[in-house]
Design a protein around this ligand. Structure first.
Ligand code: AMP
Ligand code: ZN
Ligand code: FE
Ligand code: FE
Length: 282
């Protein structure tokens, strides 16, 4: 049974490899279909589509949108969306602008802590309009202040750490609506990271389904076999589609491999026809 990988980041957001390189790795890993899901940006899709075509692989246009859920972030993946939709483009632009408002404040906090870093350096490392904390982490690594992205998050950048600054984000219902209005499927990403304070994950997914949620990312690099079974049951119970992917970022998350995650990820290719059917692409 062939494998697919529907969660991949490139240099167009905070991944460290350009789309063509990510597609090459996917091909080498025996992946038959892949989705590029950069944060808040769609500019990597044409290059990925061209590379995928060369290798005879299927490219699913995708996005990953962060939303605000209480004091945490809830990530919503979008698949098969009309990636040239001008309204979606405008909406994603506002998300990237909120990054440009937040990031210099993070840099100021790091400067106040005595670390000589500038936002120009961060923008240069990013080389994209979707500038994220992993780019700040990379500048800290380049300057020898930390030795890994993980250390940068653990010491400075994660929620609750001294250089954490929250970003203005839409509620999940709005992220879902944006994806649906661009004719895409809206999927709850990596449920392992969702901490529900009121009610259960089932309650949350039922509520989001009533707002248009189509599916849940059951297969994910850090899900244990038990979690995978649990989320599969959830998808059945709430009548949601099943998706999966590695969340490959290259150097930002060096222990995650395309197609294989931490070694045991296997997203079966038989999931794809169901997704295409739901998206009206069959
Ligand atoms: P941002 O979108 O700029 O708020 O940055 C959040 C992104 O940073 C996430 O989507 C992950 O890709 C990455 N990230 C979050 N926590 C960590 C961590 N501990 N180590 C490495 N990357 C992380
Ligand atoms: Zn990322
Ligand atoms: Fe995510
Ligand atoms: Fe991701």
């Amino acid at each position: 049974m062939s494998r697919i990988d529907l969660h991949l980041h490139t240099t167009h957001s905070d991944g460290s490899l350009p789309p063509t390189e990510v597609v090459k790795l996917a091909h080498a890993a025996g992946v038959s279909a892949l989705a590029i899901t950069d944060h808040d940006i769609l500019t990597g899709i044409p290059e990925a589509a061209a590379a995928a075509q060369e290798f005879g692989m299927e490219l699913v246009p995708g996005i990953e949108i962060s939303s605000r859920f209480g004091d945490q972030e809830l990530h919503i993946l979008g698949y098969f969306l009309d990636w040239q939709d001008p309204l979606l483009d405008q909406r994603l632009r506002t998300l990237r602008e909120s990054r440009h408002r937040r990031n210099p404040r993070i840099v100021e906090l790091l400067q106040a802590l005595g670390y000589p870093i500038t936002y120009d350096e961060v923008r240069a490392v990013a080389g994209s309009d979707s500038v994220g904390r992993p780019h700040i982490a990379r500048v800290l690594m380049d300057k020898g202040i930390v030795s890994s992205a993980k250390e940068a998050f653990d010491r400075f950048l994660a929620n609750g750490k001294p250089a954490y600054v929250p970003r203005e984000l839409p509620p999940p219902e709005e992220a879902i609506r944006w994806i649906k209005e661009a004719k895409g499927l809206a999927i709850l990403a990596h449920p392992t990271w969702v901490k529900t304070t009121e009610g259960t994950l089932t309650d949350l997914t039922k509520r989001l389904k009533s707002e248009g949620l189509d599916g849940v990312e059951v297969h994910y690099s850090t899900h244990t076999p038990r979690q995978t079974r649990e989320y599969l049951d959830l998808a059945k119970q709430v009548n949601l589609l099943v998706t999966g992917g590695s969340d490959f970022h290259g150097l930002t998350k060096p222990d995650i491999e395309v197609g294989y995650g931490k070694g045991t990820l296997h997203v079966p290719d038989h999931l794809l026809p169901k997704l295409k059917e739901a998206a009206g692409r069959i």
